[in-house]
Design a binder for this molecule. Sequence first.
Ligand code: MEV
Length: 394
Amino acid sequence: MLSEVLLVSAPGKVILHGEHAVVHGKVALAVALNLRTFLVLRPQSNGKVSLNLPNVGIKQVWDVATLQLLDTGFLEQGDVPAPTLEQLEKLKKVAGLPRDCVGNEGLSLLAFLYLYLAICRKQRTLPSLDIMVWSELPPGAGLGSSAAYSVCVAAALLTACEEVTNPLKDRGSIGSWPEEDLKSINKWAYEGERVIHGNPSGVDNSVSTWGGALRYQQGKMSSLKRLPALQILLTNTKVPRSTKALVAGVRSRLIKFPEIMAPLLTSIDAISLECERVLGEMAAAPVPEQYLVLELMDMNQHHLNALGVGHASLDQLCQVTAAHGLHSKLTGAGGGGCGITLLKPGLERAKVEAAKQALTGCGFDCWETSIGAPGVSMHSATSIEDPVRQALGL
Ligand code: MEV
């Protein structure tokens, strides 16, 4: 067990195309955002494990001795043991959560307890730790905040337990893990995501682990090597929603109307593939006609509405940006949350500013950001910016 303080960060994501369709085996194109979640792990010797999530006002402390007595059975299971319903029931009791707990805050505690007990299962005694997680990402807005959380927790615990290497050992102020270690972090993070979301596709934790831009399909991913320098306008409608419920809603529509819904998923797949092709061309030799691809945003948004994951606030967002000649769609699970608007290079500043003002006037938060941030990283305390250091009490 390492005795040093660890500082880990992982990015949020936006899905350009393919949300929901990816749950049913289709392609998704996802990019890492330069908004990150940070985790600081401090080894202790007070017999306690504490988890502090200041963004959502949660601080929970458990006695290591009580956790040690829990007969979870993780040790007897395979490499990355997926938690059974019975194990989760036990953990809910320890976390003091109701059996029908559905809120993301409670489920984040549960995911932490699972990752802590399952990753540290091989230690002779469970470690005493103080963990704080702080995020630049708005929670529950479709920007992958829960995936960034699971990736940070998995990376920090695996490193502390020496199950993966410490990328800062002997060098540098920021580092990432070798490919095999990233695979392990991603597998554990996926299991954490499953505790929170039920049956996610795995795209969110993958892009948070590897960063950059990914094409993802059925657990297989490849990095998009060349990306044009696209800016994104991100708009948060601030309408809360549950990814789990939205994914379940699409599944029941698919069961109810298979012949109507399946072609929509096939069409979304074709949109993702066309977008991937044009993004590659744009990066190699940009010509103005390629920006016709932005129309794909409008088409996909209509499909997502037909899947039942739209919301009046998202319609309003799309109408407002369309009135300024821009193309938008929801990103992530929909039902509220965030929308993205792609901004082509050379767009008049006045147009973007006018769109932002109109969106803010609707009560939305919006900000411009670039895409393709680095994946999960380990930092030295001096390598991060002052506001983050302050938020983490470093
Ligand atoms: C959520 O960010 C993306 C969805 O496709 C769910 C998933 O892929 O697990 C809606």
